[in-house]
Design a protein around this ligand. Structure first.
Ligand code: MLT
Ligand code: ZN
Length: 476
């Protein structure tokens, strides 16, 4: 069992000797921002934030903590939606910030690989890839802050999963500091490597509970030479799905993102985000955002987009559409989608449900979960949005106007359970891309109990016998 009393002064002194004054924050004014999550749902406490500048330093810190039985909470950009990077309140856990491990170690346009440290932001990684004429095909709303280590530790998904898969599909190699401080250097950049258990995939998605990812080799894709983006007003989620299947049938290789938004969600963005505007004549009840991309030249992507939209307009699948004519217009359309979380936060208290179902069931999920939540709390506002093309909907619920935010948040389990009942009936998952964190471990026995959870617990016990790696996360 990890120690639950505050770390001894002697341990902090030994850590300071490893990372230097600059690498150790102990003043509450400095540490408090690290101890609460982005959504301000979890307010923890820590006596120190440790900021190593190299993998070797980080390994030494883990070794010292392992010997002392002190728990560590790894943290990247602190963008978790499920409290995955927030310590608990008793002050016994140290935060291990990866931010200073942020170098690009190597980029190879022939191998199409990027070797990068965990503390680099996803945006910085994308830029490094683009500078080398390649694409890092992972895009999430928080990419300006989210760091590679956290992105991998949570197996982030995002907007391009429909085409390129999730974070785990982009990882060729990893460097990991294990729970006893040993460094595993698995930074291989091989496309084929069948040599026993695939350890890197064990750490991807483990949310820092098995070891700390310090660097990764990521697979790059060819840079798109043509892009086409449209925002469509659609009469229903079923129409949005119909539109998706039309694009897939027309040219499946070109669909890079297919996102759904409700009229309510877009209204919140326009209300709360300065400069956000609807590029259509009238607001609609539902929207689809389509991005087509191809590395081919003269591929006629724009004509292809217009052709599918013309058919959809003629058939009443789409009632209006705006096609981006410039990078600025493309960014403005994406902004309506990417500011959803921020706008919901400003509108009031919200309960998030990051769920997935088979793509074909998305309209049914939206319909049934909306009815069920409205029956549970009259006046509640359903704000479903997200990655329709891969079946991942953020079925978020906003408090009734004027209701007490604390009263609303106190009903989070009832709301999540109501949505999850529908998700289960549709063969879905209670966590699609945000992970389990400290918000959802209570769901694990019900959803993953039996052999699956037992194997996870055995793995945890084998790799982290003292239970010092991000305790309280993932496993109940
Ligand atoms: C997104 O796709 O914007 C996020 O995963 C956010 C969310 O659920 O709020
Ligand atoms: Zn998302």
């Amino acid at each position: 069992m990890p120690d639950t009393s505050p770390p001894a002064a002697a341990l902090l002194a030994a850590i300071r000797a490893v990372v230097g004054d600059h690498g150790l924050l102990t003043d509450p004014a400095d540490t408090d921002p690290y101890a609460q999550d982005w959504r301000r749902l979890y307010v923890g406490h820590t006596s120190a934030v440790v900021r190593p500048a190299s993998t070797a330093e980080l390994a030494d810190v883990v070794r010292l903590c392992a010997r002392a039985g002190v728990s560590l909470v790894p943290q990247g950009g602190n963008t978790s939606m499920v409290g995955g990077a927030t310590p608990d309140a008793d002050g016994s856990q140290l935060i291990l910030s990866l931010s200073r491990l942020n170098r690009v170690r190597d980029i190879d346009p022939v191998d199409m690989t990027l070797t990068i440290e965990a503390g680099a932001t996803l945006k910085a990684a994308q830029t490094a890839a683009a500078d080398a004429g390649c694409l890092l095909p992972l895009s999430i709303s928080s990419e300006g802050s989210a760091q590679i280590g956290g992105v991998l530790a949570t197996n982030a998904g995002g907007n391009n999963t429909v085409r390129y898969g999730n974070a785990r599909d982009l990882v060729l190699g990893l460097e990991v500091v294990l729970a006893d401080g040993e460094i595993w250097n698995g930074l291989r950049r091989l496309r084929k490597d069948n040599t026993g258990y695939c350890l890197r995939q064990l750490f991807v998605g483990s949310e820092g509970t098995l070891g700390i990812i310090t660097a990764a080799v990521l697979k790059l894709a060819p840079r798109p030479r043509e892009l086409a983006v449209a925002l469509c007003a659609v009469p229903s989620p079923d129409a949005a799905l119909d539109l998706f299947t039309r694009f897939q049938a027309h040219d499946p290789a070109s669909v890079q993102a297919f996102e759904y938004m409700s009229g309510q969600g877009v209204q919140f963005v326009i209300r709360h985000i300065q400069g956000a505007a609807l590029p259509l004549a009238e607001p609609a009840a539902h929207y689809a955002l389509i991005e087509l991309a191809t590395p081919r030249t003269n591929a006629g992507l724009r004509a292809s987009l217009e052709q599918v939209l013309e058919g959809a307009l003629a058939d009443g699948i789409v009632s209006d559409a705006a096609i981006a004519e410039s990078d600025a217009q493309r960014a403005a359309i994406w902004r309506l989608r990417e500011e959803h979380s921020e706008a919901q936060k400003r509108e009031g208290a919200s309960v998030k449900n990051d769920v997935s179902v088979p793509v074909s069931k998305v309209p049914e999920l939206i319909r049934r979960a909306t009815i069920a939540c409205e029956a549970l709390i009259p006046g509640i506002r359903a704000v479903p949005f997200g990655h329709m093309g891969d079946g991942n909907i953020h079925f978020n619920l906003e408090q009734p106007p004027g209701a007490d935010p604390a009263w609303f948040l106190a009903q989070d389990h009832a709301i999540m359970d109501t949505v999850n009942d529908v998700v289960r009936a549709l063969d879905g998952s209670f966590s699609a891309e945000h992970g389990v964190g400290q918000l959802k471990p209570y769901m694990m026995p019900d959803w993953r109990g039996g052999a699956e959870l037992a194997v996870m617990q055995r793995i945890k016990a084998a790799l982290d016998p003292r239970g010092i790696m991000n305790p309280g996360k993932v496993l109940p």
